[in-house]
Design a protein around this ligand. Structure first.
Ligand SMILES: [Zn+2]
Length: 400
């Protein structure tokens, strides 16, 4: 049992609450948020007139529910091997699983304390049992969502995706789907989940400004700096990137000029940047992965796997590209390129691009599915400015 009765009250007293602001996971916050006329005292910071609060009992319940999609208790009868032996698998304490699931849930200043409070509550609610990952226990044949599966298929089996399997009129029916068919299914379910369940497709209004540019050695190197010269290259000049293979031109940009400079400056050493402001001439739609895809939106274990896949996909998009690594370009970028092409050509809701977080500044990056011609149709170049580029040689010790 969780502490408190179903209204969260203990012995008729006020329920124990946190200020809602201590929760930074937007989805979890929306599940547990209560707004009152009454004022409450926060268990954490002691603020006495909190109005937007999260009752602790509801917070514990929401976390435990999601936790149950991912973990089982490892001494559960179901989890024992059939022949009566004890379960031999990875064991995790309540503190372990809470750290994994809730590491990004609370604001930094209170995170450690909150994780302790939640871990204690979960430990009480589950009588101190140990947890184990469900994938270790379930039939792995159904776990096609394991993110490694798609990566493995793309890297080692097929770059060809069959979006709908055609009914074969003659010939034997193959029992196992071929890699292109399997890829089509995986991508179809994944993208549909992102669009419909998570509502990740967002509108960019007409007039929105994004930034992109080129590094230069001299101020007159790009003269005049036109939309053709600052926009995406012609296909034959387009280099391989995380989202686009060599030869397919896409429009990479950022929501602010400093992010755009940081992104291009990580590839080259030229001292200046000629930056363009590109303004949208019409509404565009993007699959926005930057809002955070929280596991607390899941309603099943399969949802959890899809959410983790999308998180991993965004991390892969944001990871810095490594110059001069031809074989990496070919193989390591293939999975993100295939997912991007699927989103571009085959998603149910047509989208014009993808938004993801920059690893350089944490602001928003965009890739628009536009080569030079479409860029001129969709954008105006409204301003051009020259920047000196400062690079830091600051070192930061790696975490072990
Ligand atoms: Zn507080």
């Amino acid at each position: 049992m969780l502490p408190g009765d179903e209204n969260g009250a203990v012995n008729g007293a006020d329920p124990q609450v946190l200020c809602a602001d201590h929760i930074v996971d937007v989805d979890l916050k929306s599940i547990v948020l209560v707004m009152n006329d009454k004022k409450y005292e926060c268990e954490l910071c002691g603020k006495a007139d909190a109005v937007e609060v999260a009752p602790l009992s509801e917070l514990f319940e929401a976390i435990l529910q999601t936790l149950n999609f991912i973990y089982g208790t490892s001494d559960d009868e179901l989890l024992r091997e059939n022949e009566g032996g004890n379960y031999h698998g990875p064991d995790m304490t309540a503190a372990d699983v809470v750290r994994v699931l809730c590491g990004q849930v609370f604001s930094d200043d209170v995170s450690a304390l909150c994780l302790d409070i939640v871990a204690n509550a979960i430990e009480n609610a589950t009588n101190g049992k140990l947890f184990t990952n469900l994938p270790a226990l379930l039939d792995t044949a159904d776990l096609v969502w394991k993110r490694d599966k798609l990566t493995e298929l793309v890297k080692e089996e097929s770059r060809f995706v069959i979006v709908q399997q055609l009914q074969a009129s003659i010939g034997p029916v193959s029992r196992t789907p071929s890699p292109p068919v399997l890829l089509g299914r995986l991508l179809g379910e994944l993208v549909s989940f992102g669009e419909h369940h998570l509502n990740l497709v967002k509108q960019l209004p007409e007039g929105t400004e994004v930034y992109r540019g080129r590094l230069v050695n001299r101020r007159d190197e790009i003269d005049p700096p036109t939309i053709e010269k600052l926009g995406p290259p012609l296909g034959r000049h387009a280099a391989a990137n995380r989202m686009s293979p060599a030869g397919i031109s896409m429009f990479y940009a950022a929501e602010d000029v400093q992010t755009a400079i940081a992104e291009i400056a990580s590839h080259d050493i030229k001292p200046m940047a000629m930056m363009g402001t590109f303004q949208l001439k019409k509404v565009l739609w993007v699959l926005d992965l930057t809002q955070g895809v929280s596991p607390f939106r899941a309603r099943s274990y399969e949802d959890i796997l899809k959410i983790y896949f999308l998180q991993h996909f965004e991390e892969a998009l944001a990871a810095p590209t490594i110059p001069d690594s031809a074989s990496h370009d070919q193989i390591d970028y293939a999975p993100t390129q295939i997912v991007t092409e699927y989103i571009r050509w085959a998603s149910e809701t047509p989208v014009d691009g993808i938004a993801f977080r920059s690893s350089q500044t944490s602001c928003k990056n965009y890739v628009f599915f536009a080569g030079p011609e479409k860029t001129k149709e969709d954008f105006d170049l409204t301003e051009v400015a020259l920047y000196d580029v400062y690079r830091s040689a600051e070192g930061r010790k790696r975490e072990a």
